[in-house]
Structures are given as C-alpha cells and as structure tokens.
Write a protein that binds this ligand. Structure first.
Ligand SMILES: Nc1ncnc2c1ncn2[C@@H]1O[C@H](COP(=O)(O)OP(=O)(O)OP(=O)(O)O)[C@@H](O)[C@H]1O
Length: 260
C-alpha cells in the first residue's frame, strides 16, 4: 500500500505517561481509505494509548508523544485540537460504551449531531440513517440509555459517533463485556457501514477472533511495539499468533514477522 494514499498514517510513534512510563515505543499504522484495520494486543499492550494519541487526547491524561508523527488526511494530528479532528472526520467511540445514561437513546444521538454543529434537518436525516443501520435503536428511541442493555448502549455510542459524520471511525474494544452474539451483531453492522458507505474503520480489540473475522488487515501490538502486520485472513490461520502475541502462551512464533 502506498503511504501517500493512506487516510491515516502513524509513523514511529513513541509515547510516555508522566514523562516516565513508556507506553508506546515505535508504532507505525497505515490505514487506507475504505479499509477496516484491527489493532490487536493483550491487556496493556498500548492499544488505548495509540487511539488516544490519534485524537490528540494524551495531554489530557498526562501522556506525551515523545516522537513520531500522525497524519489524518493530510492534517498534522499532534498540532490539531480534538474538536477540530472530529470536525475533520476522525471520530472515536471510546472504551466503555460512553453514552449519557440519563438521556434517551434518541437524545444521545441528537447530542452527537449538536456536537458536530449539524442543523435540525441534518440531525433528523442522520438519525434516520442510524436507525436504518440499527433497528434496535429505533425500538428503544425513547428509553433512557442507562436502562438499556450493554449491547444497546454500545450501539448508542456508535450511533452517536455516526451522527458526527465520520470518515474514519475509531473504536476501542467494542466487544468488551458483551455476549458473543451481540459482539457479532456489532461487527456485522460495522462491516456493513464499511462496505455500503465506504466508512474507514480502525478497531482496537482484545477479542482477536472476532476482529480478524471482520477486518481486512490487522496490526498486533506488544509492549508498545507494533510487532506484526498482515492480512486478517492470513493472521487468522496462524494459531501461534493468537496464543503468543495475544497473551496465552509463552512460545514465540518462528515465522517471519511481516506476513504481507
Ligand atoms: N493514564 C496512565 N498513566 C500511566 N500509565 C498508563 C496510563 N494509561 C496507560 N498506562 C500504561 O501504558 C501502557 C499501555 O496501556 P494501554 O491502556 O494503552 O494498553 P491497552 O492495550 O489499551 O490495554 P487495555 O486492554 O487494558 O486497555 C500500560 O503499561 C499501562 O499501564
């Protein structure tokens, strides 16, 4: 893949917390337009830190990018405010299915549109699009989010992100704490959005099985280093990857690190 065509280009990213703890030690990510890219790794590998860096959110957490660069569609991310990045189309669904629990599902969606500065008519149209992708949310439109299921809250959080009209949707562990069938539903909808609307997606996951099933390519992080990158189908076929890099077994794979 030519780097000039990348929608997102992360090069040599190094990041610390409190100027002391090294969380990322050289991460490269190139995401092409229209691609679903999975960022895999065990607990603490650096997935969340990477995603926060993409939205320039690390300074708010006493995190520092020490070196490297991040470009989103030509924008220098590290010199761009989080709000400007959202308006430019880089939109995140943070870990833990954030929605406003005391607002209804529909009010949560409206808040996403208002955050972007959409007009009433745009918001109404965008809500209809979200409901077309998530019929479940239409059924629950008047329910307080705090009283809906974990899966419905995750869908609400994703729906709210869609209200910002993303070009790159970034999700942090959307599967967390959800039943396998709900996780499959969420990934199916994400792939549908990707295939039908050309939405580019970067998804961080510990659940490598589901992520590799739906992604085009994957990058594996280990101790803050991108150790492996490849086509999702190729990686899926390799048991050694699941067991070693994703934290289940202590025998290193003997195959070269770059698959494709
Ligand atoms: N706010 C913070 N302050 C200090 N250290 C942090 C902070 N957040 C993360 N770290 C450290 O940075 C490293 C990377 O953590 P990160 O949360 O990015 O990993 P992760 O792959 O997203 O894991 P998880 O699945 O737990 O979210 C870990 O060593 C972690 O302890």
């Amino acid at each position: 893949m030519g780097h000039d065509t990348a929608l997102l280009a992360v090069d040599g990213l190094k990041a610390t917390y409190n100027h002391a703890i090294t969380a990322l030690d050289g991460v490269d990510i190139h995401l092409a337009r229209g691609e679903i890219l999975a960022l895999l790794g065990a607990n603490g590998a650096g997935k969340t830190t990477t995603l926060k860096a993409l939205s320039n959110l690390l300074p708010a957490e006493r995190g520092q990018v020490v070196s490297g660069s991040i470009r989103f569609d030509g924008l220098d991310v590290l010199r761009t405010s989080p709000g400007t990045l959202v308006r430019a189309g880089l939109v995140q669904v943070l870990e833990g299915r954030h929605c406003f629990r005391s607002l209804t599902v529909e009010e949560n969606l409206i808040s996403g549109g208002l955050g972007r500065g959409s007009t009433r008519a745009e918001i109404a149209g965008d809500i209809e699009k979200v409901y077309a992708h998530f019929p479940r949310l239409r059924e629950k439109r008047r329910a307080f989010s705090g009283l809906t299921s974990g899966g419905e809250q995750q869908l609400t959080a994703i729906g709210r992100a869609l209200m910002s009209r993303p070009r790159l949707l970034v999700l942090d562990e959307p599967s967390m704490g959800l039943a396998p069938i709900v996780v499959q539903d969420i990934f199916r909808i994400l792939r549908h959005l990707n295939r039908e609307e050309g939405l580019s997606i970067l998804v961080a996951e510990q659940n490598s099985a589901v992520a590799l099933k739906y992604a085009d390519r994957a990058i594996i992080l280990e101790n803050g280093v991108a150790v492996l990158t490849g086509n999702a189908n190729d990686l899926r076929a390799r048991d050694d990857i699941k067991s070693f890099y994703l934290g289940q077994k202590a025998v290193a794979p003997s195959i070269p690190a770059v698959v494709s």
